[in-house]
Design a protein around this ligand. Sequence first.
Ligand SMILES: Nc1ncnc2c1ncn2[C@@H]1O[C@H](COP(=O)(O)OP(=O)(O)OP(=O)(O)O)[C@@H](O)[C@H]1O
Ligand SMILES: [Mg+2]
Length: 382
Amino acid sequence: MSVIVKNLVLKFGDATAIDNLNMEIGDGEFAVILGPSGSGKTSFLRCLAGLLNYDSGEIEINGKSMNGVYPSDRNVAMVFQNYALYPHMTIYDNIALNLRMKGLEKSVIDMKVNDVSKVLGIDQLLKRRPREISGGQAQRVGLARAMVRDPAVYLMDEPLSNLDAKFREEMREELKRFHKITGKTIVYVTHDQTEAMSLADRIVVMDQGRKIQEGSPKTLYDNPEHAFVAGFVGTPPMNIFRMGTSGESGNFYELEEAESGTSFGIELSGKKDSRKILAGIRPSDLTLDPEGQLELILESTEFLGPTLNSYVRIGTSRISVAVPRTQHNEELLMNGKPGSKLRFRIAPDRIYLFDESSGERLSVSVRDVRTLPKKATEIPVE
Ligand SMILES: Nc1ncnc2c1ncn2[C@@H]1O[C@H](COP(=O)(O)OP(=O)(O)OP(=O)(O)O)[C@@H](O)[C@H]1O
Ligand SMILES: [Mg+2]
C-alpha cells in the first residue's frame, strides 16, 4: 500500500521537529529514512502510526486520509526504537499478542510465532520475560512482533541498532528476504548510512525535520545535491573543504585555513559569484601517484583488510584517503613514517562543489587542481 505525506508539520512548543515534509512511498517499496540523531525520524514514524498529533499536513495510506484515524485502525505494524515490550508477559506472549487480538487460532499463532522466532534466532527465549533477555534480543523480539503481523505497512524504527556487526548483517539479509517474500511497503528509519544503502530501494535523507534529498542509494552516492548528503552518505565520509576566492577572476579558489602552510587550489571551468564554496573529495577518489597534483603529509593508517584508510594532511586540514591494499600502497602508507610527504592524484571531475551558505550543489566543474606553496594572499593573482 502506498504512503503519501503532504506538507507535514510537527512542533514541540517552539521547536519544529518536522518541517513541511512531503513524501510519496510506493506500494511495496522499501523506503529508508536516513538522518542524524534528532532529525525527526522517530517523530515522523509516530505520526504515520497515529501516535503523535501533528500540527498540519496530511497523511494518506492506500489512498485514504489518516487524519483522525486511530492508531489501531491504521493497519500498520511498528517496530519501536525502545522495543516497548510488555514486561509482565513472556516473549511468546509479546509476539503473539496482536495475533490473539485478531482472533487467530492457537495452532496458527503457534506456527507463526515459532517460524519468525527461528528466523530471528530467538526461539530459545520464548518462555522468558523481557527483563531476562539482552538488549539485542529484545530488539529482535520487537521485530518479531511486527513481522508476524500482516499489516498494510511496516514502520521500523532503527530495528537493528543494538545488534553486533555480524548479526546485523545477517538480519539485513533476513529483512531483505522478508520484504521480497511479503512484497509489503516498509518505512524503515536509521541513522546508519551503510544500513540505508544496503536495504533501501529509495533513501530519503532528513536533517532538522526537513527532507534534504531522496533517491536510490546509487543516486545519493554519485550525485549528492547537497553538502549534507555528500558528507553523510558514503564511508569513510567525503572530505569537505572550505575554499575561498581571493582573485578578481572568481574562478580560482584556495583552501581556507587558520594557519599558513602548504595549501591547494582549484580552478573552476566558469566564474562563480560566491566568495566561499565547499569542495568535496571522496576518500577513494584519491590515488597514490608520484606525479599527482597534491602533496600531502602522512599522519596515520588503519589496516582494514582489502582497504587501507589513511589520514593525511595539507596545511592544517586533515584528509582521509581509502586506497586498495597493494604491496606498493602498503609500503608507502603502513611503513611510511608519519610526517613523510606523499603525492596523490585526484581527477578534477571527481571534485564536488557546493555553495557554502546554502549547501546546494554548484553546476560549475573543476578544471585544474594544484598544490600551492604559500597562502593565497601571497600567490600571484591570475
Ligand atoms: N515529546 C517530545 N517533546 C519535546 N521534544 C521532542 C519530543 N520528542 C522529540 N522531540 C524533539 O524533536 C526532535 C526530533 O526527535 P526524534 O526523536 O524524532 O529524532 P530522531 O531522528 O528519531 O533521533 P534519534 O536518531 O536520536 O532517534 C528532537 O530535537 C527531539 O529532541
Ligand atoms: Mg529516533
